[in-house]
Ligand binder design. Structure first.
Ligand code: GLU
Length: 323
């Protein structure tokens, strides 16, 4: 019995030593960076901006793969269940790590214990925007129209249980208005239908919506940001219109499954920081209205925890459900 225990301990030691050895030579093949939403959304934009310079910093290609569905939950579940070898990483979004887990009890992962947070790349503002045919061009006329026509309008978001869905439900709750939710497989397809006039209102993360706003194909109504944005100086924040609880930004970081070796975490964290030292990469992120964060794995873990707690409170206090 004792001998068997000894053998098992030796096996465990050998496994640990091997894992240490491979982690030291990490990475020696392609790294997959999963986007849990369709192309064209903010997650996709941030992933594709960072993938190439990150690959250069790490000495191996970083390939972006989209796995959309279930408000990001499908992709996030896959990342949570991946082998923790650093070759299957994913973009951490507020929707997959905080909003959706707060409202959906059926999610197969725990956002606080089933992932290894590595770095928060950027915080992005959110925006409510409307199709130019919508009978409102500013916040006062927008809320007046919602009050005038309860149940007449609908809004598009990146998916069920995501930040757009929850923030709009909170908005409806706080303003006593009623609009119908239409979920998509990401901000990209939600934008396509809003710009095409199929849905009159969208709640989106600013980076994906901004080009359409600047091109006059969407009209911005109100933003979630700490102060007014240089890119949209005439658009008020939710805080300004008396809706501070809705004034929350989104985040885009990198995570892996739980149990990633420290060497892998440190190398990817350092690789992203290095990528963000390039002024061209910073500019590409900042001109979308985003703020670069680039924090430590511990700080990012704390942020996810704090945001999950906030969304749990939002869900509980406004009694939000998925039905
Ligand atoms: N709304 C999602 C989030 O912020 C991202 C949507 C997308 O990238 O399509 O978590």
């Amino acid at each position: 019995m004792q001998r068997r225990f000894l053998n098992l301990s030796l096996l465990a030691l050998a496994a640990a030593a091997t894992s240490g050895a491979w982690a030291q030579s990490y990475p020696n093949k392609v790294i997959r960076l999963q986007v849990p939403f369709a192309p064209g959304g903010t997650t996709d934009i941030i992933a594709r901006t960072i993938a190439d310079p990150l690959g250069k910093a790490l000495g191996q290609p970083v390939v972006v793969e989209n796995k959309a569905g279930g408000g990001g939950v499908l992709g996030a579940t896959e990342t949570a269940k991946a082998v923790p070898d650093g070759y299957s990483l994913g973009i951490a979004t507020v929707s997959t790590t905080a909003a959706n887990p707060a409202i959906n009890p059926k999610i197969a992962y725990n956002p606080l214990t089933d992932f290894t947070p590595i770095i928060n790349i950027a915080a992005t503002p959110n925006v409510i925007a409307v199709h130019p045919s919508f009978p409102a061009k500013d916040y006062a006329s927008f809320i007046a129209e919602l009050k005038r026509s309860p149940g007449r309008h609908s809004f598009a978001t990146s998916g069920t249980g995501g930040i757009g869905h929850l923030q709009m439900e909170l908005y409806k709750n706080k303003t006593s208005t009623f609009i119908t939710h239409i979920p998509y497989r990401g901000g990209g397809p939600a934008l396509n239908d809003t710009v095409a006039g199929q849905v009159p209102i969208i709640f989106d993360n600013l980076p994906s919506a901004l080009p359409f706003i600047q091109g006059g194909r969407l009209v911005p109504i109100v933003v979630a940001a700490p102060t007014r944005l240089a890119v949209l100086p005439n658009v008020p924040t939710f805080k300004e219109v008396g809706l501070e609880p809705v004034n929350r930004m989104a985040y885009y970081g990198i995570l892996g499954p739980k149990g990633l070796p420290k060497e892998v975490i440190d190398k990817v964290n350092a690789g992203v920081r290095k990528a963000l030292e390039d002024p061209a990469v910073r500019k590409r992120i900042e001109e979308t209205g985003s703020l670069i964060v680039a924090n430590t794995p511990e700080q990012f873990a704390e942020q996810i925890k704090a945001e999950f707690t906030v969304y749990k409170q939002v869900v509980d206090s406004a009694k939000l459900t998925l039905d």
